[in-house]
Design a protein around this ligand. Structure first.
Ligand SMILES: [Zn+2]
Ligand SMILES: [Zn+2]
Length: 484
């Protein structure tokens, strides 16, 4: 459902009436009562007599006065504390007497016109997350889940060259120009960007823009993608345990939680940037940022090493947690040179989804069938599967076998670097590595997995360029090896 659509159920209130010639150039007020506990209003208005040039404009007053006027340009709208249809003011829906305002610039002396206003009083606010876009087919979709705009500390240069809080549309336009299919705008602790996302989403109808918050505390930073309201950062800042419970509450209401740049040091340079509670206190995350573009920039290009997220991720895997590896830019300036780390889409997370829509992207992320592309190569695909006795299992899923069963792993790759090294990994250790000098776009590599010890394992692939630097990595397929 797009934001401005009205609910599919019957309206809570219908205001009907008739206008006549004497209403020409008059304002009519239609009062109605809003009870306690209403979060948002949706209104649909229609009238007849248009063929005889009757025109009825609409607006809205709340108990405290003016709440908007859309004239004749919108036949339906909604209004609430997080977002409102442009023409209307975002804000609380106070209980009390409201008025639908009818302006009648024209009705002929002999004319009659019937109007009908349907009003829905909702206990929740619709948000932009459910808008669908064009791609209805399953496939790989490329995104960046960690972006800041002027709604927090994102900035860019104004026309005159001053550094200013950067308007959100610049970030979305740059994501489109970089060929991304989805993004998440994750501002520090605020949700003021929800209205800005709503205002641009009708125009940007080929990219999924997920609302998000970077929950920013003294203990660490957590991206909550798809978050649908205020996140209690004050409570989360009290202690690591409070942070965990706030994250869990957000997850229960539909957010996808990513532990951000856990390897960064916390200190006066960047307060709360690292993850101080320890990985054993990260039980309720869906994903972990193994590569953060901004962190790579601030640590002079280090993708691996102590400041990266790899160590935390491998520790989480070793503890038996299935945390999806995520790569995000953490971009704070959409005009940053596109080929550099930390520019929008560098790195990207590429996810397999059943269609290009917000719910399908969220489901795809949760499935774990995703890979990280550090080099932002358009059209690149990395898909890993384990082939067991009863069939193949893809990234993010789990396969159970007994110790003596035959097992192989297959990597299907499109657009690998020219002289790639493919490293087959298990639980943070290399099992096998091979050079791939293929000039072909598509390669399929298979290895046999042997000598597996009983227990839970994570099998994944890292692709390196000839410089040795990581170019891309898959997520794991999880393997449970049982005693015979
Ligand atoms: Zn952060
Ligand atoms: Zn950030």
């Amino acid at each position: 459902m797009a934001l401005d659509d009205v609910p599919k159920r019957p309206a809570d209130l219908v205001l009907e009436g008739e206008l006549r010639g004497e209403d020409h150039r008059r304002i009519r007020l239609l009062p109605f009562e809003v009870p306690n506990g209403v979060e948002s209003l949706a209104v649909r208005f229609d009238y007849d007599g248009k063929e005889t040039k009757t025109v009825i404009d609409i607006g809205l007053n709340g108990p405290k006065g003016f709440r908007g006027w859309s004239g004749g340009n919108k036949s339906q709208f909604q209004i609430g504390p997080l977002v409102a249809t442009p023409s209307y003011l975002v804000g609380q829906v106070d209980p009390g007497r409201w008025e639908l305002v009818l302006g009648i610039p024209n009705i002929r002396a002999e004319s009659k016109a019937s109007y009908r206003a349907e009003i829905w009083m909702e206990k929740r606010q619709y948000l932009p997350k459910e808008r669908r876009v064009e791609a209805r087919e399953a496939g790989w979709f490329r995104g960046d889940l960690h972006l800041h705009t002027g709604h927090s500390d994102g900035s860019c240069k104004s026309q005159a060259g001053k550094r200013i809080p950067c308007p959100l549309f610049k970030t979305v336009q740059q994501a489109v120009d970089q060929g991304l299919d989805f993004i998440s705008i994750t501002e520090h602790n605020t949700i003021s960007h929800l209205q800005a996302i709503h205002e641009i989403e009708g125009y940007f109808d080929q990219i999924v823009v997920l609302p998000g918050v970077e929950l920013t505390t003294f203990w660490g930073h957590v991206n909550l993608v798809g978050v649908m309201g205020h996140v209690d950062y004050v409570r989360a800042s009290k202690s690591p345990d409070d942070l965990q419970s706030v994250v869990e509450a957000a997850r229960q209401s539909g957010a996808y939680a990513i532990l951000n740049h856990p390897g960064l040091p916390s200190g006066e340079a960047c307060m709360g940037c690292g993850w101080s509670p320890g990985i054993e206190k990260a039980y309720n995350f869906d994903g972990l940022e193994v590569v953060n573009g901004g962190a790579v920039r601030s640590t002079f290009g280090q993708v691996e090493g102590p400041f990266s997220g790899f160590g935390h991720w491998v520790a989480a895997l070793s503890a038996g947690r299935s945390m999806t590896a995520i790569g995000s830019s953490d971009n704070h300036d959409p005009t940053q040179i596109a080929e550099t780390m930390g520019a929008i889409g560098r790195p990207a997370t590429v996810v397999f989804a059943t269609e290009l829509s917000a719910p399908a992207i969220m489901t795809g992320l949760r499935s774990g069938r995703a890979f990280v592309d550090l080099d932002g190569v358009k059209g690149r695909i990395l898909d890993l599967r384990l082939n067991g006795p009863s069939g193949a299992v893809t990234m993010g899923s789990s396969l159970s076998i007994t110790k003596d069963m035959a097992l192989s792993a297959t990597l299907s790759a499109v657009n690998l670097p020219a002289d790639a090294t493919v490293q087959w990994m298990r639980d943070g250790e290399e099992m096998f590595s091979e050079s791939v000098n293929s000039r072909e776009n598509n390669v399929e590599l298979t290895i046999r997995l042997t000598e597996l010890s009983p227990g839970t394992h994570a099998v994944y692939v890292i692709v390196r360029k000839d410089s040795g630097r990581i170019s891309a990595m898959t997520n794991p397929v999880y393997l449970k090896v049982l005693q015979n």
